[in-house]
Design a protein around this ligand. Sequence first.
Ligand code: HMG
Ligand code: MG
Length: 299
Amino acid sequence: MPLPSFVRLIEVGPRDGLQNEAQPISVADKVRLVDALSAAGLGYIEVGSFVSPKWVPQMAGSAEVFAQIQRKPGVTYGALAPNLRGFEDALAAGVKEVAVFAAASEAFSQRNINCSIQDSLERFVPIMDAARQHGVSVRGYVSCVLGCPYEGDVKPEQVAWVARELYAMGCYEVSLGDTIGTGTAGATRKMFEVVSAQVPRDKLAGHFHDTYGQAMANVYASLLEGIAVFDSSIAGLGGCPYAKGASGNVATEDVLYLLNGLGIETGVDLDALIAAGRQICDVLGRPTGSRVAKARSAQ
Ligand code: HMG
Ligand code: MG
């Protein structure tokens, strides 16, 4: 399969990255991050979550963040919404695109959203209806596609089932998440091969965490499978509060460096991205998780 000529990067740092931070991060710092990311040329930024603040306290200020960002024309500003209440809050905050999230493993579904996979899918149906009514598009996530912290191996057929359900109910794209970062390149290719029998490849995205240092290899393996949309996180921020030990998402700077090297267009400027990463790392008082940003700062 030829490599794609254009890749769409979905920046999940402000959500998947920051949701895992224990220290409070001000609304102003979140807004500055989102605006720096749009200025770098990213076309999709996941800004926050409309979830229970008891479960994910860091995302409690998401409505304020949405109220204060400078919306750049052509940029999609998305948010997670696990239930109708979250969807309504997102709508009230002016969100035009939401994401629902299911898991490929039962145990993870219980820990992450406190219900079975089937129940979660049923819970999304009213969200899909309301979204259609309000002209809001919905992206779907499947977590634990290459391994579960509680159950271990996850079969690609199970991933394909959940992905197909999300696609069939109206998600325009389904992002397949290696939440705990245990997947390797061969397993990634196999997983996309099996899932793409149920959902077209151009409706699938890859979402890799770098816990075992495999994320970049898995991005490349996905490109070879014809996948042209990737979720990534500025400075490699992130993890998931319900996946113990899950480290950051693959760093956006590193994915962009790979894509630039392959001559794949993204519309994103590497220097501006590195500057955005540096800014949020200063706020967090922590070194960047991006190898490219580290190498550049050492020069
Ligand atoms: P629940 O506790 O099972 O059930 O929550 P509930 O509906 O009875 O709600 C409990 C309390 O939450 C109630 O408040 C509700 O009002 C409130 P109380 O009466 O106790 O004061 N509540 C809400 N508050 C604000 N916004 C809402 C909302 N809904 C209920 N939308 C629920 C169920 C799904 C809400 C909960 O389990 C939850 O919020 N979970 C959050 C999970 C989450 O955000 N996880 C991280 C994101 S997923 C991820 O990172 C993976 C991904 O990146 C892909 C990958 O890496 O693989 C996407
Ligand atoms: Mg994630």
